[in-house]
Write a protein that binds this ligand. Structure first.
Ligand SMILES: NC(=O)c1ccc[n+]([C@@H]2O[C@H](COP(=O)([O-])OP(=O)(O)OC[C@H]3O[C@@H](n4cnc5c(N)ncnc54)[C@H](O)[C@@H]3O)[C@@H](O)[C@H]2O)c1
Ligand SMILES: [Zn+2]
Ligand SMILES: [Zn+2]
Length: 361
């Protein structure tokens, strides 16, 4: 018997989202039914409802979530009913060419639930990032559930499922920032601030936050930035060089997703430094750089997909750091809201008023 629950639906491009009754099937082979407890509002949810990802409306939004497994399919052994889990949007399958060469964080064949959730009239839903967690219950692939310590607050834990993991991992996994190094982070929203926290935990000693919004710079400072640069007033490349002995930072994280911030990140690196692009551009954006600078400045230009994370390795570790008081996940939760408040949360996100609004279910 399918479960009749409430979920947040984007029906058409640009239309405000609505709370509607949806039907969630019982888990089949390889699947898990999860009672969602909390789900953060991420920029990507807004991209979906604006038609920026694809046209497969209607979408069931929400993907930064934590909850409790209610039931699992017949062949599932990695998680069980009653487990407290964080949902991930890259369930590694273990057999593709990336997995076989020992780089499973790039897995090219990640999977989702096979059965479809639907509207009450049977219309199939496209769950955001294969999750769809602005809903009282959701159906995912069992591999999308990572069991973590139950003592974590769901509204904080769920944020590891997307933006916080993406930022933290961009600095620590992709950028490989290390003890005594310098890191600059351009764009200090939820993702950028998590990169700053990652830099601090990994031992970076110069941590430069760059944003055009002074409110974001204040948050960045409280999360570990040693210096701030308001790039609406100051040339960030010059400022970063000045703060790093005239050289540039060892690692620069681009967490906005725009050509101008990419260029800033490119030139704010030390020679042979690393640029990590975690911000997601839109398809029409292009960039032009002198080829001689690409050659002459050397180093690495990397993209970071989901922080190059392995949920099974990284989520429990980050929850441990959180419970030990070494990683302030609670600071990312600007407010908790109800399932009917997602549209208002998009507005607040747009105005830059929040790091994360989190829906409690
Ligand atoms: N790579 C991944 O796996 C992944 C995962 C999640 C999110 N993202 C992307 O990361 C980016 C950041 O996400 P977020 O949730 O932190 O968004 P956000 O909107 O909360 O933060 C963006 C920040 O950038 C700042 N900003 C805007 N223009 C700027 C400029 N020209 N210079 C400096 N700062 C500027 C804003 O003031 C804001 O603080 C988005 O593009 C998002 O899609 C990527
Ligand atoms: Zn794989
Ligand atoms: Zn997200």
């Amino acid at each position: 018997m399918p479960h009749e629950v409430q979920g947040v639906i984007a029906r058409a491009k640009g239309e405000p989202v609505s709370v509607e009754t949806i039907l969630v099937p019982d888990p089949g082979p390889g699947e898990a039914l999860v009672q969602v407890q909390a789900c953060g509002v991420c920029h990507t949810d807004l991209h979906y409802r604006e038609g920026g990802i694809n046209d497969e409306f209607p979408f069931l939004l929400g993907h930064e979530a934590a909850g409790v497994v209610e039931a699992v399919g017949p062949d599932v052994s990695a998680v069980a009913a009653g487990d407290f889990v964080i949902l991930n949007w890259r369930a590694v399958e273990g057999h593709c060419r990336a997995c076989r060469r020992g780089e499973p964080w790039y897995c090219f064949d990640t999977h989702n639930a096979t059965q479809k959730m639907t509207l009450a009239d049977g219309t199939e839903l496209s769950p955001a990032l294969g999750i769809g967690a602005f809903a009282e219950k959701t159906l995912v692939a069992a591999g999308q559930c990572t069991k973590v310590d139950k003592r974590a607050r769901p509204e904080a834990a769920g944020l590891l499922g997307c933006g916080v993991m993406a930022g933290f991992g961009a600095a620590v996994n992709t950028g490989e920032i290390g003890r005594g190094q310098s890191i600059a982070v351009i764009g200090c929203g939820g993702v950028g601030v998590a990169a700053i926290a990652g830099g601090r935990i990994a031992g970076a000693t110069t941590i430069i936050a760059v944003d055009i919004d002074p409110r974001k710079l204040a948050t960045a400072t409280s999360m570990g930035a040693t210096h701030t640069v308001n790039s609406a007033e100051t040339d960030p490349v010059e400022a970063i060089r000045e703060l790093t002995g005239g050289n540039g930072a060892d690692v620069v994280i681009e967490a906005v997703g725009r050509p101008e911030t990419y260029k800033q990140a490119f030139y704010a690196r030390d020679l042979a430094g690393t640029l990590v692009q975690v911000g997601v551009p839109t398809p029409e954006m292009t960039i032009e750089l002198p080829l001689i600078d690409l050659f002459g400045r050397g180093g690495a230009l990397k993209s970071s997909w989901y922080g190059d994370c392995l949920p099974s390795r990284d989520f429990p570790m980050l929850i441990d750091l959180y419970l030990q008081g070494r990683f302030d996940l609670d600071a990312f939760v600007s407010e908790t809201i109800g399932i009917g408040d997602v549209e208002a949360a998009f507005e607040k996100m747009h105005r830059g008023e929040v790091l994360r609004s989190v829906v409690l279910l």
